[in-house]
Design a protein around this ligand. Structure first.
Ligand code: FE
Ligand code: FE
Ligand code: ZN
Length: 285
């Protein structure tokens, strides 16, 4: 198999536990992975199995994994105008972070949410206030805001909106950003024709040093489509050439990169092999 010189991986199912997931990722040639800690559509989570978490910790270390990523349930709305919805989101995020304390040194990614009918500035302040309650000086998890497609009233569809949240956070070393290629493309950032320009804009608004993770997805829609429909790599409007330029870009190539394309682990492993072969071909051309 092609050597995975990059920290590539994919979203995996947590249903058989932590260690099983790590073994599955390693067997598929991955060097990172992402997972939900609970049902992504609901609230329920099994009690944490501490021995299983410790076993994964050792496994990731032995297999030189890059940081792994837990993803918050995506139905949460941390900036909802409805107080009960907000409280549920806060409760789940803090429970997830308690779980992540058993996997120190890794990442926790969440969607900023939907502002619904609020003015944009209110949602930004709500999310920052939530982060200021959740983050503690002693925590060893970095919490990431994901770049969003800007679908509906989604918060985080522009780099400046992410900055507006981040600049209100007190514990700056506990937060970062996850850059989703499908989402930024859908939000109108043209990473196909001008990746450097997009990264310059990101650097100006947010700072490249805050970038901690890439979600590597193709998009079913054209740039600016604001739809957030992921495509298999090379089968969407972004295309394999542009996605491989993301993987090999000097500012990005050391980051954990997670596929969230619509396929299973065997499919992800096949996509990763195609990416690595494509890069190798470009390098020797
Ligand atoms: Fe996401
Ligand atoms: Fe994503
Ligand atoms: Zn998405």
């Amino acid at each position: 198999m092609e050597q995975n010189a990059y920290a590539l991986g994919a979203h995996l199912s947590f249903s058989k536990g932590f260690l099983h997931m790590g073994r599955e990722a390693a067997a598929a040639g991955m060097r990172t992975m992402q997972f939900f800690l609970r049902n992504p559509r609901g609230a329920g989570a099994k009690p944490l199995d501490e021995a299983d978490a410790a076993a994964l910790r050792d496994f990731l270390c032995e297999h030189s994994f890059a940081p792994v990523v837990a993803h918050a349930p995506y139905t949460l709305n941390p900036c909802s105008p409805d107080e009960r919805v907000r409280a549920l989101a806060a409760e789940m995020l803090s429970d997830d972070l308690r779980r992540m304390a058993h996997l120190p040194g890794n990442l926790y990614n969440f969607h900023p949410g939907s502002r619904l009918k609020q003015p944009p500035g209110d949602a930004v302040k709500t999310i920052a206030a939530l982060l200021n309650r959740l983050l503690t000086p002693d925590m060893r998890t970095t919490v990431l805001l994901e770049t969003m497609a800007g679908k509906g009233s989604e918060v985080g569809g522009t780099f400046s909106e992410l900055r507006a949240i981040l600049e209100r956070v007190e514990l700056q070393d506990k937060v970062g950003v996850c850059f989703d290629t499908c989402h930024v493309w859908d939000a109108g950032y043209d990473i196909v024709r001008d990746l450097d320009g997009v990264l310059d804009a990101f650097d100006r608004e947010v700072g490249l040093s805050r970038l901690r993770c890439i979600h590597l997805n193709d998009s079913l829609n054209p740039c600016g489509g604001r739809k957030d429909r992921h495509a298999l790599l090379g089968e969407g409007h972004i295309g394999m050439d542009a996605l491989c330029r993301v993987v090999t870009h000097p500012a990005l190539c050391a980051l954990p990169m997670v596929l969230e394309t619509p396929t299973d682990t065997a499919g992800h492993a096949a996509e990763l092999r195609v990416v690595l072969r494509h890069i190798q071909k470009e390098e020797t051309a």
